[in-house]
Design a binder for this molecule. Structure first.
Ligand code: MN
Length: 130
């Protein structure tokens, strides 16, 4: 059965900041990815289930449902996404944050302001090991 895959990997960006969402979408599309977008954690869970992304970029601080809860909800409620890499994006970059976010279940961590090379390097790295 043809599954509709044209080779482009699908990345879901969950981010409540419109400017940052647009920037991430542009970076990823430039990198050859198909991009799905969501503007809060609740929407992120719904769109993850509908779109079955290969990887998720998840802002940590969001209204409705924060990124940690959204990531855990996706992994526990959508069996097919249990092992899908989810990279946290956060505005605060304190020592220990990376370890804390990874212990919560994130695959990696990117701090704002986001950088093109870092985004593409980390997204590609996590897709290639999955
Ligand atoms: Mn936010």
């Amino acid at each position: 059965m043809f599954d509709g895959c044209d080779g482009a990997r699908k990345v879901l960006v969950v981010e409540d900041n419109e400017a940052n969402l647009k920037l991430l979408k542009k970076i990823l599309e430039h990198g050859g990815f198909d991009v799905l977008e969501a503007r809060n954690g609740v929407e992120g869970v719904v769109i993850a289930g509908e779109g079955m992304p290969d990887l998720i970029l998840m802002d940590v601080q969001m209204p409705e449902m924060d990124g940690i809860t959204a990531m855990k909800t996706i992994k526990s409620n959508i069996p097919a996404l249990k092992d899908t890499p989810v990279i946290a994006i956060t505005a605060y970059a304190m020592k220990g944050d990376r370890e804390r976010l990874i212990s919560e279940g994130f695959s990696d961590y990117i701090s704002k302001p986001v950088r093109v090379d870092e985004i593409l390097r980390k997204v590609n790295a996590h897709l290639n090991t999955n």
